[in-house]
Design a protein around this ligand. Structure first.
Ligand SMILES: Nc1ncnc2c1ncn2[C@@H]1O[C@H](COP(=O)(O)OP(=O)(O)OP(=O)(O)O)[C@@H](O)[C@H]1O
Ligand SMILES: Cc1ncc(CO)c(N)n1
Ligand SMILES: [Mg+2]
Length: 494
């Protein structure tokens, strides 16, 4: 049976620094949601300073890897990177003749950006006479394009057009001459030629040292998009856009001490080492004093959301939820960003009520959803495994479902009558206790809890009741800070 999963095999060298070669290809395909298998042609000792050593994999062992992959798996696209010797290049062309594929993407890697040689000069005729005639797209950088054309000097976009046309004459169906090394400070321009038309693909030049592996990544992205069924032009455009986005995101990453650093294919590393990022996932003890904001109360007391949140965390709130039922999206988002900064500086998680979109957009620590909001399971899919998800539950059944759906905690109530929520059934201390006893998740009690009753709530004697949530008791008061301190002192004794 033919596999429907888009599948690229990368035939390339390993970069010990993890930025280019096989490592870039795996990350690029994974980021583009395509499966990637690997045939390793060489192992390089390489870092951000350059290539220190290269060890070729014996040609017959490259052949063994190729055969293992192609004879078993349904590969859609083959992408080549470092083909360090003519025998390796030759056996690749011979093997490809035996296994039909959808497309062949050739990145004719010859020199690393640091100027180190990655392929023996004898591969040049191999590229010209054997590989390019069966290639769907070849992606030389300026130096490689020049080498393929016997040293033709290339200094401008117009030269790149000429080169693209001349390389096309060597047999590949499409040519992309990459201009990453062109001396233009504003734009990074690549020239695409499909045999009939030229396209200048231009993107703002990102001012960064972190461009190591852009060429490998670009070719792998093209391969990935082709494997999904894209046309050549749209595959190239998507790939170019991906590079631009990843470079821009990674412009300030600091990996290695050399001149050229790698970038982050998953747009996820930037904040990892900053104290502004929460280090740990959810800690149930954070539920101890759970502050929930309220638009109407802030309006009544003439406070901004940020002012209210700041006072609550200063007073000792251990987690904050923004519950802004009638705020405009843009206002909510802006307020959420400010609150997030405040909460991060105190090490307090910030959750967003209902609005998964707002939580995603500001990278909040999680969401709290009600029974008629976005289902927790879907919220988990959208937010990923790291974010905190809480669900409002009144019954044991709902608590059980929240657990199945991958929630982190439940909010249980209303324990006492409240006027912050219309038509809300009160479940009382007995209802709370019953849900807690059956819930596998930690519980925070909510609904009408204040200084007068918080103690009896905490005293119901179930270990997974981790704290109380308060709205009016904190925010419908003259001094949020004082009220928060007092409530914390009460619940903190447990
Ligand atoms: N600073 C930059 N800003 C935006 N795009 C860039 C930048 N540098 C390179 N690119 C883009 O990255 C892609 C790869 O181009 P480049 O000419 O650098 O390839 P390469 O030399 O093969 O890369 P590698 O260093 O991986 O071997 C091209 O689409 C190019 O336009
Ligand atoms: C292994 C390997 N392949 C390709 C390149 C080109 O960037 C590199 N530097 N290293
Ligand atoms: Mg390259």
């Amino acid at each position: 049976m033919q596999s429907k999963i888009p599948h690229v095999v990368s035939v390339a060298g390993s970069d010990s620094g993890g930025g280019a070669g096989i490592q870039a290809d795996l990350k690029a395909c994974a980021a583009r949601r395509v499966y990637c298998s690997t045939v390793i042609t060489a192992v390089t000792a390489q870092n951000t300073c350059g290539v220190q050593a290269v060890n070729l994999v014996p040609p017959d062992f490259v052949a063994r890897q190729l055969h293992s992959v192609l004879s078993d798996m349904h590969v859609h696209v083959v992408k080549t990177g470092m083909l360090p010797s003519l025998p390796i290049l030759k056996l690749l062309t011979h093997t490809l003749a035996k296994f039909p594929i959808q497309a062949l993407v050739v990145d004719p890697v010859m020199l690393s950006t640091s100027g180190d040689v990655l392929a023996d000069p004898s591969v040049l005729p191999g590229f010209k006479h054997q590989l390019l005639p069966i290639t769907d797209i070849v992606t030389p950088n300026l130096k490689e394009a020049s080498a393929l054309l016997g040293g033709l000097p290339l200094h401008s976009v117009s030269d790149m057009r000429t080169a693209a046309k001349l390389i096309h004459d060597l047999g590949p169906r499409n040519v992309l001459v990459k201009g990453g090394h062109l001396l233009d400070s504003l734009y990074s321009i690549d020239v695409f030629f499909d045999g009939q038309q030229f396209y200048e693909l231009s993107s703002p030049r990102v001012n960064t040292r972190n461009t190591h592996g852009t060429g490998c990544t670009l070719a792998s992205c093209i391969a990935a998009e082709l494997a999904k069924g894209s046309s050549m032009l749209s595959a190239v455009k998507t790939a170019k856009h991906f590079i631009e986005t990843a470079l821009d995101y990674s412009r300030d990453l600091a990996i290695g001490n050399g001149a050229q650093g790698p970038f982050d294919h998953f747009l996820a590393l930037k904040n990892n080492n900053q104290s502004s990022c929460r280090q740990n996932r959810f800690n149930p003890n954070d539920l101890l004093l759970y502050a929930v904001t309220d638009t109407a109360m802030n309006r009544k007391w003439g406070r901004s959301i940020a002012e209210a949140v700041k006072a609550a965390v200063e007073g000792g709130a251990t987690i904050v939820q923004l519950r802004e039922k009638d705020a405009e999206t843009q206002d909510f988002l802006e307020a959420a960003k400010v609150c997030l900064e405040i909460c991060r500086s105190y090490g307090v998680p910030l959750l967003i009520n209902d609005r998964i979109d707002v939580a995603l957009a500001c990278d909040a620590d999680g969401v709290h959803v009600g029974q008629s909001d976005m289902p927790a399971r879907l919220a988990r899919t959208l937010l990923g495994p790291e974010k905190i998800i809480g669900v409002s539950c009144k019954t044991a059944e709902q608590a059980q479902q929240a657990w199945i759906d991958g929630a982190d905690y439940i909010g249980c109530g209303g324990v006492y009558p409240t006027n912050t929520k219309a038509n809300n059934r009160t479940i009382g201390l007995d209802g709370l206790k019953e849900v807690c006893q059956t819930s596998k998740l930690p519980v925070v009690a909510i609904g009408g809890i204040d200084l007068s009753n918080a103690r009896e709530v905490m005293e119901i004697g179930v270990p997974n009741l981790k704290g109380v949530a308060a709205v009016s008791a904190l925010f419908d008061r003259g001094c949020i800070l004082t009220e928060t301190r007092s409530l914390l002192a009460l619940v903190g004794q447990h």
